[in-house]
Design a protein. Structure first.
Length: 122
């Protein structure tokens, strides 16, 4: 999809995330690329079966001792990308996820994360 059209389609502004923020899909970590109040993009190394449909993920950022567990999300975009290390031939996917229904507490923690752990608009 055209990147310009994709940006126009988004309702919430996306922000680049500080290095070191992770989202876990099951036990497999993914590097968070950007985030909004409506969704998240992450690079995810495929060791097992790729997630499909709706699933739960956990967001962690050790520098801020931040944890936001048990977020329901669904895939809206999935593409192959290059691994950050040129030494390993591991399949890496870039996942665009839309958050499903968040509780008030989850929304508050997500806003905190965006306010304190992002660097710029994506």
């Amino acid at each position: 999809m055209d990147e310009k059209l994709d940006r126009e389609r988004r309702v919430k502004k996306r922000f680049r995330v500080k290095e070191g923020a992770l989202a876990f899909v099951g036990t497999v970590p993914g590097t968070i690329i950007d985030i909004s109040e409506a969704g998240i993009a992450l690079n995810y190394t495929v060791f097992e079966q790729k997630p499909e449909g709706r699933f739960r993920l956990d967001i962690f950022f050790e520098d801020d001792e931040f944890a936001l567990p048990d977020i329901e999300a669904e895939i809206v975009a999935d593409s192959q990308t290059m691994a950050e290390s040129g030494y390993i031939d591991v399949p890496v996917r870039r996942l665009g996820l839309r958050f499903c229904e968040l509780s008030d507490g989850q929304q508050d923690k997500l806003r905190y994360f965006i306010l304190h752990n992002t660097t710029s608009a994506a």
